[in-house]
Design a protein around this ligand. Structure first.
Ligand SMILES: [Zn+2]
Ligand SMILES: [Zn+2]
Ligand SMILES: [Zn+2]
Length: 165
């Protein structure tokens, strides 16, 4: 069996406590280094996104913030999400109109998402090598791609397994 890529963390069994802590620590480090502020609300939203490797809609996030005593004003949550997306701590999944914590924060990358239709679990990986030719084609027309995001929908292994029970 070939080794599974560690970037597919969302679908893997792993020490999630450590995974969450590492992600928060690296976000804090990144912010300190780049002199940007990880305000309590920004950190909280990131924490919520990291809690499960699942895409969350802005309204779900808002409801969680309210539960935890944060401001329940939509602009506050949206601004925090914008901040996280802008600095690469989170990505927006257009298909689900939802957000997910980045599993490769700080790295300039073209994410590819595997989205489970059944449980909304999202795994992040890098776009497949065949996209290099896509990039080359675009470049040859003088188009400069800034970011390519691939969203693949399907059914994750654990959902396939439970449907066979
Ligand atoms: Zn995890
Ligand atoms: Zn990412
Ligand atoms: Zn699933």
């Amino acid at each position: 069996m070939s080794k599974k890529t560690p970037a597919l963390v969302g679908f893997e069994q792993h020490n999630h406590g450590a995974c969450l802590e590492n992600a928060l620590n690296s976000a804090e480090e990144y912010c300190t280094k780049n002199k940007i502020k990880l305000t309590p609300i920004r950190k909280k939203v990131l924490e919520l996104l990291l809690q499960e490797h699942r895409a969350l809609g802005a309204y779900a996030i808002l409801a969680m913030l309210r539960e935890q005593g944060f401001s329940n004003q939509p602009p506050v949550a949206y601004r925090a999400l914008d901040f996280l997306v802008e600095h690469g701590f989170a990505h927006k999944i257009e298909k689900l109109n939802a957000f997910i914590a980045c599993s490769l924060p700080g790295a300039n990358h073209s994410p590819a998402f595997l989205i489970c239709k059944k449980c909304n679990m999202v795994a992040e990986t890098q776009s497949a090598p065949h996209n290099i030719s896509f990039k080359e084609t675009a470049n040859s027309t003088g188009f400069q791609i800034e970011q390519t995001i691939i969203e693949a929908q399907g059914i994750c292994q654990s959902c396939i397994e439970t449907s066979h029970l």
